[in-house]
Design a protein around this ligand. Sequence first.
Ligand SMILES: Cc1cc2nc3c(=O)[nH]c(=O)nc-3n(C[C@H](O)[C@H](O)[C@H](O)COP(=O)(O)O)c2cc1C
Length: 325
Amino acid sequence: MRIKEIHIGKLKLKNNLVLSAMAGITNSAFRTLCAEGGAGLVTTEMVSCQSLKYRNRKSLKMLELSPMEHPVAVQIFGSEPQAMAQAALAAEDYGADIVDINASCPVKKIMRSGSGALLMKNPSLLSEIISRTTKLVKIPVTVKIRTGWNQNELLSPRLARIMEDSGASAVTVHARPVSMFHAGPVDYAGIEQTAKAVKLPVIGNGGVRTAADAEKIIATGCAGVAIGRAAVENPFVFRDIAMGIEERNLRQDMKEKIKLFLKFLSMNVELYGEPSGITKARKLAGFWLKGFPDSSYIRAMFMSAKTLQEAKDILVKYTDNYETN
Ligand SMILES: Cc1cc2nc3c(=O)[nH]c(=O)nc-3n(C[C@H](O)[C@H](O)[C@H](O)COP(=O)(O)O)c2cc1C
């Protein structure tokens, strides 16, 4: 895999492997692990610009960054240009290195307010959001879009040009249409045409688990690769890809993965206290423990844990059990 430094605006990233934004997952504790695991840039969960406008406590907490996770992009969503620009300013004040505009989320609740992927249907509004935001903040502004709305429809090259003209510093393209959510084949030809259409760096996203997958995205002309679900199963996937390690033998790595999960849990407890730090990790447990022997049993056991000690007892007993078998 061709690992290289890339520039996003004035910001230099040590490599071109990016942790993709994931709601309910990419909190500060998780991002810190991914930064440690070799990501060149990590991205927050999407934060609502309207909630920030009304100084919602939970949304403000989402802007808090740890010194260990930089460089970090804060992703915001909304459809009101002024509120989006103000949200970006708040992110900059909290120490964000990049602000990323979500124009790719297919969830109905988000699109109902004209936000997320619906912005792809309103390029002039998206352009106004970008230009207002870039005028207000000093940090680079990036945008995440999809290749199209439906299969066999390619919108991203034209949209990327509009973003470039509006002042964006990079564009991430999730190479699946909005209608397919997060599933289905990756449209390599679509990202290739997008990368060709603009001078700014295009970060390709979709289905990357191994160095070979990342290489396929880079071969399209993309400057970098964004990784989502594979990082939730293995926050060190960035280092593995950089080193050319193909998929790991889960059974061999079980103990290491559990150790990492416990480290994550302890950081999460520091962030949210008990029991929230443990209960908020339930969504992640589903991904992290995927493929383990008796994974539904261990997941169900984990769901009953309320404290770090209970979680530790359950997970350590589980690994010891499999080691001796
Ligand atoms: C649970 C979950 C939450 C997600 N939340 C966001 C989000 O908040 N913002 C965003 O831009 N994409 C979000 N995504 C999409 C991912 O960033 C990524 O584009 C998608 O999973 C495809 O990449 P992958 O195939 O490497 O997982 C989410 C995906 C998942 C699975």
